[in-house]
Design a protein around this ligand. Sequence first.
Ligand SMILES: Cc1cc2nc3c(=O)[nH]c(=O)nc-3n(C[C@H](O)[C@H](O)[C@H](O)COP(=O)(O)OP(=O)(O)OC[C@H]3O[C@@H](n4cnc5c(N)ncnc54)[C@H](O)[C@@H]3O)c2cc1C
Length: 502
Amino acid sequence: MDRRTFLKIGGAFFVLSSSCDFKDKTPQNKLLSYGITLDSNRKIGHIARKAILKPVVKQLKTDMLIVGGGIAGLAAACSLKGRAFTLCEMNETLGGTSGAVNINGTLFGQGAHYDLSYPEYYGKEALELLKKLNVIEWSASNKRWDFVDKQYLINPNKEEQCYAGGSFLPSVLPPGELKTNMLDLLRPYIGKTKLPTTEVSPELHHLDKISFYDYLKKYLPITDEFIASIDYQMLDDYGGTSMEVSALAGIHYYTSRPYFSQPEPELFSPPEGNYYFIRKMEKTLTAQSIKTGHLITGIENKGDHWVTQAWDVKAEKKIEFKSNNIIYAGQKHLLKYLYPAAHEQFEDTNYAPWVVVNIELTESLGNNHYWQNDYLSANSQFLGFVDSGAQKNANGNVLTAYYCYPGIYHHMVEEIENNPRQIVQETIGYLSKYYQTEIESKVKHAYVKLLGHAMPVPTPGFITKPKPTEKSTLTFAGVDTGRLPLMLDALDSGIQAAKLSI
Ligand SMILES: Cc1cc2nc3c(=O)[nH]c(=O)nc-3n(C[C@H](O)[C@H](O)[C@H](O)COP(=O)(O)OP(=O)(O)OC[C@H]3O[C@@H](n4cnc5c(N)ncnc54)[C@H](O)[C@@H]3O)c2cc1C
């Protein structure tokens, strides 16, 4: 989650969020008196099947239909240069994996939660959009793009702490010769592993043919302990281990910014996480053009136009959109149901499911807050937590825990859906160990967000997959179009999809 500190100290069908307060059969006692709000894909298969059988009650026309209101869909909408569009997002709120939950009037991130300042050699178009949104400004002294809202920068001394079996380590990667040698090995790539990833020089593309594990094994006497730490970091940002992600993705993780030199990149993390960027984009768009709670259930190519069916979840009505163009910025595995003709090009994508647990506390746990709290344990799915106490204007005591599951474990997410209390209890257990005190009695409420098909894993071949260059009436955006699962790549994918639209 935080790439800076690794160096610093040591050297089903659809996934529609329907939020519900969960009532389980656990006997309530003093320690278990908190409630749980579950945000998941419960009942969605049923909703989608019901929607397909219903008649169309309204037909609407639009020049551009955008499917999906995550970073990519909104970036596409912001790049249409005044063209008429309608954006349909199946959830009641925008954001996708950069979403947030409202806890007593303050938004807290429930997915992506940070970004870092951008070097001058990053892709111009994404930076221009962020500049236009007044998110970044050029810093002549730092020679990079810094964030405008300084209050959301994390204090460099409070960025990270790593818990491992009862003690605290300075960083996830164990300090020593192996770490030093690995960083020396990767240093020459700084300045070449750019964002968006389409800017990565073709001379590095051969690194996308092998796994990061094989790359490291070739050059270094790696140990199991060292690889376990690398895997933690790969899972944290890419949803896959070093054996699963490509060498290009792995090297990109450690070298995509000048982490080795001063000044270090700024770490930007508002309490609402990357929903901040969603809000910035939404503010520039016409509210009537954005339809949340609208699930796309089918797309038809009519030759000179497209007909798309959408289910209005609240009104329980089916609408049909006639459009000249479509930008599809939803997860691509759904295409096999919505528009099978376009699914083949995405069918090899491996998505990792994630679960986010926001724990709201009745009181703050001390004054010594670290933003990112890594947690090395026997449970490799648990990837630590973010403490809102280290974020400005957080207005509340919220600890946000992250779990990432292998793609083949989609059933785990279903199990959590049926019994969210188990993962909340598990999280409270980890937190109690971390703080060396029982915290269950201080838990006010827990919010569990299930993100199935959340993160496309950058397996070998994924990032260098050829991207379309021809203009078309159907274009694709999103990090699952052969991008790294990072804010700037998502943003750029939306910009490029808009540019390629006819
Ligand atoms: C837990 C987690 C933590 C992360 N942390 C970070 C981080 O700190 N920094 C970072 O840079 N990146 C992070 N990422 C990566 C992050 O996913 C990307 O940066 C970015 O948010 C992806 O945006 P997207 O638009 O490509 O996809 P998504 O966010 O997946 O958006 C797709 C949208 O399409 C909608 N949709 C899908 N199908 C339909 C349909 N049929 N009808 C209507 N709507 C539909 C979905 O509901 C969703 O809103 C994280 C990812 C996860 C899962």
